[in-house]
Ligand binder design. Structure first.
Ligand SMILES: Nc1ncnc2c1ncn2[C@@H]1O[C@H](COP(=O)(O)OP(=O)(O)O)[C@@H](O)[C@H]1O
Ligand SMILES: [Mg+2]
Length: 246
């Protein structure tokens, strides 16, 4: 099951905005997607509560009685929103489940420095080092009237990470999120500039979110296919109300 996690130590870098958009895009593709909110502030959960039920559905995260984050049966895709300050064991745990990590980075020096520290830590994790968990960054809240885009591209080159796109600073994101929607939920003609900016990001995400189906193993008579169980992210309990994976 594809799991995309949105990570950056810095609060306000656009993690929840980005995660909501990836989940909404999946829902538009008729994928059964869950938006897991690992953030104590539960921003994504709050956003989901405001979401119009007439829009393509996104499942909230589900925690069972033992406080284990459980992916409900039928869910095929998971997007994880994470809190600022995520590092150490908590970050490693997210990476254990993720197929791809996206780091939204704003252009300011503080944002770049914080993202560089996060990236450095991510690169030390075995799944990232082995290429089992892919990493990319996205420029966030980039003001076209400044050198923000240029500065971010240079930053990505310096830190040897793929910069897969830039999203401009616009109140369209703020207004959409307040309504429980995203730019993927409004008439495309109203947000054409922004949808064009999402194109390269989605191109990078598509092989992760829509991998080609695995080749069927040859069937042998008399052998039943294995029973499929609902997957569980993390075998150890979550601390109730903290929203931390085990
Ligand atoms: N491209 C954008 N243009 C304008 N405002 C944005 C954009 N992306 C995010 N924001 C706003 O920035 C603030 C922080 O974004 P958020 O997604 O909550 O960050 P994080 O989850 O990393 O703390 C929010 O108020 C959000 O509406
Ligand atoms: Mg957030």
């Amino acid at each position: 099951m594809p799991v995309v996690a949105v990570v950056n130590r810095k609060g306000g870098s656009g993690k929840s905005t980005f995660a909501a958009h990836v989940a909404a895009w999946c829902a538009r593709q008729r994928l059964a997607v869950m938006l897991g909110d690992v953030d104590r502030q539960q921003s994504s959960r709050g956003w989901l509560r405001r979401r119009d039920p007439a829009l393509p559905g996104i499942a909230p995260w589900v925690v069972d009685q033992r406080n284990v984050l459980r992916v409900p049966t039928g869910i095929t895709h998971v997007v994880l929103d994470t809190p600022g300050g995520l590092h150490g064991f908590e970050l490693a745990r997210i990476v254990m489940f993720a197929d791809a990590i996206v780091l939204p980075v704003c252009p300011s020096m503080f944002d770049r420095e914080s993202a560089a520290a996060c990236l450095g830590e991510l690169k030390t994790l075995p799944r990232v080092a082995k290429g089992q968990c892919r990493i990319a960054t996205v420029g966030m809240r980039v003001d076209g009237r400044t050198h923000g885009a240029e500065v971010l591209r240079a930053w990505a080159r310096e830190h040897e990470v793929e910069m897969v796109g830039m999203l401009r600073e616009t109140q369209l994101y703020v207004r959409a999120l307040e309504r429980g929607s995203t730019l993927f939920d409004v008439a495309p003609s109203q947000v054409a500039v922004d949808l064009a900016q999402w194109e390269p990001i989605l191109q990078w995400l598509k092989p992760v979110l829509l991998p080609p189906p695995p080749a069927e193993p040859p069937r042998r008579e008399g052998i039943l296919p294995p029973v499929r169980r609902a997957p569980v992210l993390g075998g150890r309990p979550l601390h109730p109300g903290q929203g931390v994976l085990a």
